[in-house]
Design a binder for this molecule. Structure first.
Ligand code: ADP
Ligand code: ZN
Ligand code: ZN
Length: 732
């Protein structure tokens, strides 16, 4: 009976429940409305949510109190089939409100209720007058050349852009005279002729064959040293997928999606490649999403949130640099794009290829346990050879901006030989601390428990945690002394010193400060070109970029990472070192890596240098197992913050009692806390956390299934901001 059907709507609110509405006036509900967007009144507001369910309500039920939905928005559900089911799984797994999960999965304009955008591409065609009138156009002019290009039929705007510069001006000129017109075509069909790639070596071929041999879902780890040609393997696997008429999704880390990467995919595949990343406008993102939904996008290359695109004809999912921390969303719905890609691959019945030179310990553990196929590329592709690594003991050495004399000499020698040098320092700014040499005062953020970083050559202070900025004080605020000194080295200071030392060579700094504008990094790299010179970079340069003229990599300091309390610090440091070292010697020029440290005997460095990443990973996995850390235990972190620390403590204490009413005798679940967060105050908020750990994933989630709904009800919850992070990457 249609009259008794209700829409059960989930809304983008931090509330776990669904809300019932009557269908819009004059409309009836049906089961096929599930997954459609719907506009509803909510208190005094109007919100856009999703129909999660169409439920039957008994006729004597409280229908009288129900309000009508205002409008059902899409003719066909936006979320359907596999994507809807996978998102439901994600909501259960993250213990997050489904309405928020669904909202996270769609681009902002769709979230606001705007219609699914048009994905038409545009083409130009001659009018009948135009076809007759080509001869009347003055020969050699742009309008004449454009008319000649259009003589054989309409042309895509994308294609025109590659054929004629300022074609737009010419097109307008023809249109004004009624000779040509713009027409919508289904989607851009334009793609340049695919360029052939290098012939695969044996290891690459074996990997491609293994992917080809999969049937349905499989997880495959492509574990290949830097420069071993992993991207070539992806390209072949994608070409196979396209040949079978299927769509391919490629996830790349945030700083890996460069115009260089996209251009390589576009040039090689011979089909349009859609990009999806934060540099696009909301409108562009929505168009790409819609093109995926309509099956028009055949290859999508995107960052984290691209894992949510609909894939009606899915054939392959690739996750490049699968170990990269940018795959984990750190606020809102804290999903892990790599892990969700695996869930989707399984639901879609397609292979998921995880690639890295430094696989995460979670992934290696799965590969070693036989759950993932383990494909290895142990040699660099082509003529490139692995770089030689040399550890420089800088104890007792006089340092200039952190550089030892022999390191400076090595830089000079590399430059004189015509090479390029990368000086790596993973610290933005001029110096990490401003210290008073007279009294010991140092500049702290007034809103965070953190030092202010010195910027602009010492003139400005900036907090890297909350963004707070202020001019550097002219004198010490405590003692009035004038002996304020920047301590330590950041990328700006390194740039300054290297420019002073090597005045004959260009020094180009690449960090988040110099690359905020679109395409800025390419401009900087192009400016250097093939000349001998120095790149000063933070981790932004450590991956994604092919720097073929680099012959020397200097790692200025790694010691901060050697003694961190974070159990993942060793893994992150090892990955960073291998990745940055991997920038050297990628082409035919041999490469060298100089690693400066005050701890040349540190086991992490020794193992990494003598045995490589896998030797390090063996040792690290054994330690994690002994200590009961991931991947041998599963974690969940309940974070809370408020202006007053008592409110935070009370909430987490109540949460603890809710989660584990009895002391955990013999249960699989361990609770730690409430304890202060590693940074107890940030942006003026007091922060604490409660860590849950269990060797048994089911036990952990079973407990949370029961407890999380009750957390929303706690009176203490109203005084804090709280969030639950499943499989936290950062314990901050
Ligand atoms: P990775 O993704 O593993 O870092 P790439 O696929 O970017 O490696 O390859 C590194 C370099 O080696 C690229 O310049 C690429 O063109 C080249 N290359 C890859 N495979 C081969 C091959 N089989 N023969 C010759 N050169 C290759
Ligand atoms: Zn002082
Ligand atoms: Zn701050």
């Amino acid at each position: 009976m249609p009259a008794s059907l209700r829409l059960r709507v989930v809304l983008p609110l931090p509330l776990p429940q669904a809300f019932d509405y009557l269908p819009p006036h004059g409309e009836t509900a049906s089961a096929s409305d599930v997954g459609r967007r719907v506009r509803v009144p909510f208190g005094p507001r109007e919100l856009t949510g999703f129909v999660a369910e169409v439920a039957t309500v008994p006729d004597d039920g409280p229908a009288g109190e129900l309000r009508h939905a205002l409008a059902l928005l899409d003719d066909a559900p936006l979320l359907a089939g596999e994507l809807l089911e996978s998102l439901r799984w994600l909501a259960r797994y993250t213990h997050a409100p489904p309405g928020e999960v669904f909202a996270t999965a769609i681009p902002a304009p769709l979230r606001r209720g705007e219609p699914l955008p048009d994905t038409h591409a545009w083409a130009w065609t001659l009018t009948p007058e135009g076809r007759g009138g080509i001869g009347k156009l003055r020969s050699g002019t742009r309008p004449r050349r454009l008319a000649e290009l259009l003589r054989d039929g309409p042309r895509d705007e994308d294609a025109l852009a590659t054929l004629l510069d300022d074609w737009r001006g010419a097109a307008r000129a023809l249109a004004r005279r009624g000779l040509a017109e713009r027409v919508a075509i289904p989607a851009s069909r334009f793609a340049p002729e695919p360029q052939p790639g290098p012939a695969l070596n044996d290891e690459q071929q074996a990997a491609v064959d293994a992917i080809r041999a999969t049937d349905g879902f499989a997880a495959l780890l492509l574990d290949g040293v830097t420069g071993s040609g992993k991207t070539e393997v992806y390209l072949h696997a994608i070409a196979d997928c396209l040949a079978r008429g299927r769509q391919a999704l490629v996830l790349v880390p945030e700083i890996g999606l460069t115009p260089q990467t996209l251009a390589r995919f576009r040039a090689r595949l011979g089909v349009p490649v859609h990009a999806l990343h934060s540099g696009l406008s909301d409108g562009e993102r929505a168009r790409t999403w819609a093109a995926c939904l309509r099956g028009e996008a055949r290859v999508v290359v995107g960052t984290r949130s691209a894992v949510f695109v609909p894939l009606p004809d899915a054939g392959l999912i690739v996750v490049d640099e699968e170990h990269d921390a940018s795959y984990k969303q750190q606020d809102g719905i804290r999903y892990h794009a790599r892990d969700f890609a695996l869930v989707r691959g399984k639901a879609l019945g397609v292979p998921v290829l995880l690639g890295s030179a430094t696989p995460s310990l979670e992934t290696l553990h799965n590969a070693r346990g036989g759950r993932y196929a383990h494909l290895r590329l142990q040699r660099r592709a082509g003529a490139a050879r692995p770089p030689a690594v040399r550890v420089t003991d800088v104890r007792k050495r006089p340092l200039d901006a952190g550089l030892a004399p022999e390191t400076l000499a090595a830089i000079g020698a590399a430059l004189d030989a015509g090479g390029q040098v990368l000086a790596f320092k993973n610290r933005r700014g001029y110096a990490p601390v401003l210290l008073c040499h007279d009294c010991g005062w140092s500049a702290h953020c007034r809103r965070c428990d953190a030092s202010m970083t010195v910027h602009a050559g010492g003139r400005r202070l900036q907090c890297h945690h909350c963004g707070y900025r202020q001019p550097a004080p002219p004198a010490c605020p405590d003692c009035g002394g004038l002996a304020l000194q920047p301590q330590g080295v950041g990328s700006e200071r390194l740039e300054e010193v290297l420019a002073e030392r090597f005045p004959g060579f260009p020094v180009v700094r690449i960090d988040r400060g110099t690359t905020q504008r679109k395409g800025a990094m390419e401009k900087h790299l192009d400016a250097l070109g093939e000349r001998a010179g120095i790149l000063v970079g933070t981790q932004i340069l450590a991956k994604g970029h092919d720097l073929p003229h680099l012959t020397l990599v200097v790692v200025v300091g790694v010691d901060e990472g050697l003694f961190s309390a974070d159990f993942r610090a060793g893994e992150k440091l090892a990955q960073q070192l291998i990745q940055v070292a991997g920038r050297a010697g990628r082409a035919s020029k041999p490469g060298e890596v100089w690693l400066q440290t005050h701890h040349p005997g540190h086991p992490l460095l020794n193992t990494l240098i003598a045995g490589g990443y896998h030797a390090f990973a063996d040792g690290e996995l054994a330690q994690r197992e002994a200590a009961g850390f991931p991947p041998f235990a599963h974690l969940a972190l309940l974070r809370a913050e408020a202006q007053h620390v008592e409110a935070v403590h009370c909430f987490l204490q109540a949460a603890r009692s809710t989660i584990a009413p009895q002391p955990s005798n013999g249960s699989d679940l361990e609770l730690h806390g409430p304890m202060p967060a590693p940074m107890p105050r940030r942006a003026g908020f007091q922060r604490m956390q409660l860590l849950l750990s269990s060797p048994n994933r089911r036990a952990l989630h079973g407990t949370l299934d029961r407890a999380v709904l009750q957390l929303y009800e706690l009176p203490e919850a109203r005084k804090v901001r709280w969030s639950l992070d499943i499989d936290p990457v950062d314990l901050y």
